[in-house]
Design a protein around this ligand. Sequence first.
Ligand SMILES: [Zn+2]
Length: 63
Amino acid sequence: MPANRRFRRVVRIGPVQVGTYYDGRGREKHAAVCTAPRCGFSVDYDSRAAAELAARTHRCRVR
Ligand SMILES: [Zn+2]
């Protein structure tokens, strides 16, 4: 999760954090980012529901 983004409404689903932010053009975006070291899972969506679904279905390879 890049430090220069300001996430709002951050929730944690398993190892994955979901947060809402505005991109450089002021559009609302939703990111799902895995916090496990070395995982690297990170996706952006236009829809909060899609980001939360991705977080719930993420199967972390790192144990
Ligand atoms: Zn992961």
